[in-house]
Ligand binder design. Structure first.
Ligand code: S3P
Length: 174
């Protein structure tokens, strides 16, 4: 059992909102690696970062994603930094699951995350932090992506439709 699609991208790219819409469209469940980590730990992402540190969060992230890639058959959204881990990039490649990279301009991302109180890596200076993360991660998203979907000026509903169309095109004429 593997996911129908995995969504990656920076915080604010719409992985969760568009991912839920896509799952509804496809009639499959939706999961988000941050939620899976929080359920397992019984604490918020923010609390895990504060109490255990980023390294512990990243270790949990690798584990829940690895498990979901073999045991979950819906739409799976990954936390923005999940692709930093070699193990996760390799697991994505091995799974053969379509990886959808959601992109947006920095101003769009910043507008969507707002003050980002629940996003420990962005707190204080969301725009500056997003710019740094974009610089660092761009090649990693590019490396794992099967398809790239621009989300600027698109609603979650439109993005879900765009992803659906791209997934259908991938499967044809297989
Ligand atoms: C992170 C993004 C967050 C969450 C954690 C770290 C990152 O998820 O996993 O705060 O490193 O970009 P979202 O991309 O859903 O905000």
């Amino acid at each position: 059992m593997t996911p129908r699609a995995v969504l990656v991208g920076l915080p604010g790219s719409g992985k969760t909102t568009s991912g839920r819409r896509l799952a509804d469209r496809l009639g499959v469940p939706f999961a988000d690696s941050d939620d899976l980590i929080e359920q397992r730990a019984g604490r918020s992402v923010r609390a895990i970062f504060d109490q255990d540190g980023e390294e512990a969060f990243r270790a949990a992230e690798i584990e829940v994603i690895s498990a979901a890639l073999t045991a979950f058959d819906g739409v799976l959204a990954l936390g923005g930094g999940a692709i930093l881990a070699d193990a996760t990039r390799t697991a994505l490649a091995v799974s053969g699951v379509p990886v959808v990279w959601l992109t947006a301009e920095l101003t769009t991302l910043a507008g969507r995350v707002g003050r980002a109180q629940d996003r420990p890596l962005l707190v204080g200076d969301p725009v500056g932090r997003l710019a740094a993360l974009a610089q660092e991660r761009q090649p990693l998203y590019e490396g794992v992506a099967t398809v790239v979907i621009d989300t600027d000026r698109r609603s979650a509903k439109q993005v879900a439709a765009d992803i659906d169309e791209a997934l259908t095109a991938l499967a044809w004429p297989a």
